[in-house]
Each structure stands twice: as C-alpha cells, then as structure tokens.
Design a protein around this ligand. Structure first.
Ligand code: KG4
Ligand code: ZN
Length: 340
C-alpha cells in the first residue's frame, strides 16, 4: 500500500482532517465548518474558533481515520498540520494535536504552509495538470498568483497590496446588509442584476501582477451613498464583474509571462460561478487548459494539507517538533516552502 499521511487543518474556521495516499488518492476528508457559529458576528471570532477546534478535533480526526478504514494504532506514515498563516489560537490546536499523534505513533510530523496546501487542490482532483501552471489563489485572507513549475516548485508572481478578493466580497456584502460570508451572497444577489449597470474601477488592471481591492470596495460604498435608490442587485453584479475582470486579466498575464500551459483556481472565491465561467472562456481563447476544483476542494480542507505534506516530506524531510505555529507565515518562493 502507498504511504499515507493524516493531514490536519485548523488555521481559521474549519476543523478538518484527511488521509491522503502518496499517489494523491483521498482516502477520507472530513470538514467541520464553524460558519454558522461566526455568522452572527459578521466574521470569524478568534476565541470562539479556537474553542470550537478543541471541541471538534478528536471526533473529526477519529472520523477521518475510520472512513479511511484505519485503526488508531500507528495507522499512517506521517502526521501533518497547518502551521500558518492563520489565527494563533486556532493553529495551535491542530499543530499540538498533530505533534501528539506523531509522538504517540512514532512517525514524522510535517508542518505545512496553508497557502502551499491550497496550491494542491486542483492536483488532487486532476493528476493530469500540464506544468508549468499558474495558480490563482483567491480566499478570504489571500490573493496570490503563483508560478508552479512542478509540485513542490513554485514562485509567487504577485499578491494583493491591500484587501484580499474574498475580503472585498465580505466587506461589500456587509455594507449591502448581506449575511456572512458575503461572497456567496453577492453571487446570489448579482444573478438578478446587470453587471454593466455601474462602471466600477478595475484597480491596477494594466499594471503588473499585483492586486488592490480596497479602492474598489470604497468606490462601491461611495456609489451607494450617492445613489440611495440604486438596485442592490446591479451594485452586486457590477462589483463582481469588476473584480472578476481583474482576476482573469492578471491570471492570463501571469500565464503569458511564465509560458504556463495551464491555469488552476484555488481558495474560497474560486467557488464563484462568474469567475469560473470568465476564466474558462478566456483560457479557451488563448489555448490554455483551465482546472477548476470543486467547491469543497477550493475551500479550506485537510486533504490539500496532506497532499502538500507528501511533497514536503519527500523534498525536505520531517519538521522539528520544536517548530511552532506561525500566524503571519507567508508564501514566498520554492526555496522557502515551509517554515519561515
Ligand atoms: O479559502 P476560504 O474558505 O477561507 C480562507 O479565507 O482561507 O475562503 C473564504 C472566502 C470568503 O471571503 C468568502 O466570501 C469567499 O471565500 N467565497 C466566495 C464564494 N464562496 C466563498 N466569494 C465569491 N463567490 C463565492 N461563491
Ligand atoms: Zn484557505
């Protein structure tokens, strides 16, 4: 049987565990979402997240092992956990639990950068991705364009200089009185609106591979203040169209700059229908392949953490048990994959 890794993800508001084989086969993937717990507050409350992870980690890991048909006595070849970026109280639950299991089972512990995990979501669903690939990682906390020349080898091409794409969705959603998280709500509202009704700015559209979404959010707020009777569906559709256009345009530019053969989407915002559609038609026009993971693979899960751990373990070996959680961990380049 191929080597297996138990992955654990507790960086934000999902408690997740998964068992993944060396060949990328997902033997189990369990996600316990805390969205309902935090929705009432309009965003993730760090103390509540940490406590909920503590309550859920044992049943979630138990379920992941039993769904994979494994017993609890030394069942896997390594245990991995997200070490950052994320909320410190949330990260520590998964990191401590994973180290405890690694010690008890006498197997290596592997610390994984959460963002690096996201890079593997498309690959977990389709092993035939032609490299080099550009990954557009768009989540609530991050917006990154990454050049992935092969699994384990990547360079960051550009990131947001202010708000992340999902953060812009969430902030505009809150301003329009929608519930949290704002992304799916805006998509729903926008389906009844005209994306051409309002011409919102396309920040930094013709300017490199960096993103900036804070000005777009401010433009939406200003427009709604000045046009009290505007149809909020038109606002949502026009905002979404502006954001999607920037994401698609920059992804194509990144692909051209790196001679990429494919573009992969990752992160929670990758669940957005108009983004998937626009990226699909834009890539078709220039003859690039596009890979759009399913919504459950786009959003936070532990299968992607275990998949990244296989590559890390192969290329860099185990992580020291003295390695802590790093809330501000960044994804910089292929040479700084994991820990600093
Ligand atoms: O990757 P994720 O589950 O969590 C992290 O931030 O790591 O992403 C959550 C983000 C939220 O900002 C949410 O509003 C956004 O993904 N999102 C969407 C959609 N579904 C989730 N944004 C736009 N359209 C969607 N359908
Ligand atoms: Zn994430």
């Amino acid at each position: 049987m191929s080597r297996t890794i138990l992955g654990i993800e507790t960086s934000c508001d999902e408690t997740a565990a998964a068992v993944v084989g060396e060949d990328g086969s997902i033997l189990s993937s369990i996600v316990s979402s805390q969205v309902d717990l935090h929705a009432h507050f309009g965003g993730v409350v760090p103390e509540l997240a940490g406590r909920a992870h503590l309550e859920r980690i044992v049943p979630v890991v138990d379920e992941a092992l039993s769904k994979a048909g494994l017993s609890t006595t030394a069942p896997v070849d390594a245990v991995a956990a997200t070490v950052g970026p994320g909320l410190i109280g949330a990260l520590l639950v998964g990191v401590s639990f994973a180290k405890g299991l690694a010690l008890a089972w006498k197997v290596p512990f592997v610390g994984v950068n959460h963002l690096e995990g996201h890079l593997y979501s498309a690959l977990l669903e389709d092993r035939e991705i032609p490299f080099p690939a550009v990954v557009l990682l768009v989540s609530g906390g991050h917006t990154l364009l990454v050049d992935m020349s092969s699994p384990g080898h990547y360079d960051v091409l550009g990131e947001t200089v202010d708000d992340a794409a999902g953060e812009a969705f969430d902030k505009v959603g809150r301003y329009l009185g929608l519930s949290y998280p704002g992304g799916p709500e805006i998509e729903r509202l926008a389906s009844n609106g005209d994306p051409k009704a309002i011409s919102f700015p396309r920040p930094m559209l013709n300017d490199g591979l960096e993103f900036s979404f804070s000005g777009l959010k401010t433009a939406v707020v200003r427009y709604v203040r000045e046009h009290r009777n505007v149809d909020s569906a038109d606002v949502a559709a026009s905002f979404q169209a502006a954001l999607v256009e920037v994401l698609v345009e920059k992804s194509l530019r990144a692909a051209a700059a790196t001679n990429a053969r494919s573009i992969c989407l990752a992160g929670g915002v990758a669940a957005n229908g108009p983004l998937r559609k626009a990226l699909t038609s834009a890539t078709e026009q220039v003859g690039l392949k596009v890979f759009l993971p399913s919504a459950s693979m786009c959003t936070d899960n532990a299968a992607m953490i275990a998949a990244a751990a296989h590559v890390n373990l192969r290329d860099h070996g185990a992580t020291e048990l003295s390695h802590g959680a790093v809330p501000g961990l960044r994804l910089r380049s292929r040479h700084e994959v994991r820990t600093s």
